[in-house]
Write a protein that binds this ligand. Structure first.
Ligand SMILES: Cc1cc2nc3c(=O)[nH]c(=O)nc-3n(C[C@H](O)[C@H](O)[C@H](O)COP(=O)(O)OP(=O)(O)OC[C@H]3O[C@@H](n4cnc5c(N)ncnc54)[C@H](O)[C@@H]3O)c2cc1C
Length: 231
């Protein structure tokens, strides 16, 4: 893939005027990370678009930095505290990702349910076959468990309460529920869901990012285990 020019970049990446960047001192005297908000148009920045399986509403780029000048005014937080600065926002962005996962899972369930009621095979709607009916019941069950955790997380955020333990649990529950629901949604729609015109295939593709975006499921489990006193 070619690097793209400034005009293309403006069109494809117009949302981002600055790049949140974690830097380490080149001479090794600052091993800890420092965060900067680097203006996107700075000299020495090369952005290469990445083609992805899903989430195409959100452009992604490989970003190269070559002796990019930064001013002290561009620094976000204290020198050497970049990880703390950035990870402080993760509680809230994981909450948002968990809520988005629940919303996407609900849309996939609605579509699967509509299909199960209207698609007739062997003389009856497929939703009347027990295997499909129970699959839909499990989808609803998984979504509801996740939604309750996400609601509790939102309540704690609103109340200014500690969210350290509930955030990874809500993120894990909601994003894993989304995998379950979209995988079964695809199975229930079968060929109808595999067609490019079907929203189900997009839910299924977009869903895949959710168990590693904003920290993988494995890392969420690591955080939960740490709360149990395990290292
Ligand atoms: C399009 C896109 C957008 C994204 N946007 C964001 C975003 O906005 N914010 C954000 O935070 N993340 C985002 N991510 C996710 C993030 O960048 C990484 O994908 C994620 O942190 C995992 O890193 P990695 O992909 O390098 O996988 P790796 O770190 O290489 O991990 C590979 C596998 O090893 C496992 N693994 C690694 N270390 C451990 C360990 N210590 N213990 C157990 N298992 C481990 C991982 O769980 C995973 O299964 C995005 C990813 C994509 C593709």
């Amino acid at each position: 893939m070619d690097h793209i020019g400034a005009q293309d970049l403006d069109q494809r990446c117009r949302e981002a005027t600055h790049l949140l960047t974690l830097c380490r001192g080149a001479d090794g005297d600052q091993p800890a990370l420092t965060a900067f908000l680097v203006p996107r148009r700075s000299a020495g920045i090369a952005m290469t678009p990445i083609a992805k399986v899903g989430n195409n509403c959100m452009p992604s780029f490989d970003i190269g930095f070559d002796a990019v000048p930064v001013a002290d005014d561009d620094r976000l937080g204290a020198v050497g505290e970049g990880f703390k600065t950035v990870s402080g926002a993760l509680g809230y962005s994981r909450a948002s990702m968990a809520a988005t996962a629940v919303g996407c899972a609900k849309a996939a369930l609605d579509l699967a349910l509509e299909h199960a009621k209207s698609r007739v095979q062997f003389g009856k709607p497929i939703g009347e076959f027990q295997v499909i009916k129970h699959r839909l019941a499990d989808m609803k069950f998984e979504i509801t468990k996740a939604e309750l955790l996400v609601a509790e997380l939102a309540r704690r955020i609103d109340g200014g309460e500690d969210i350290d333990i509930i955030t990874p649990m809500a993120k894990l529950a909601a994003t894993e529920a989304l995998q379950f629901v979209t995988a079964h949604g695809m199975q229930i729609l079968a060929s109808a869901g595999y067609a490019s015109e079907s929203p189900m295939q997009r839910y299924w593709r977009d869903a895949r990012l959710f168990t590693f975006g904003e920290g993988t499921s494995e890392i969420q489990r690591e955080i939960i285990a740490r709360h149990l006193g395990l290292r």
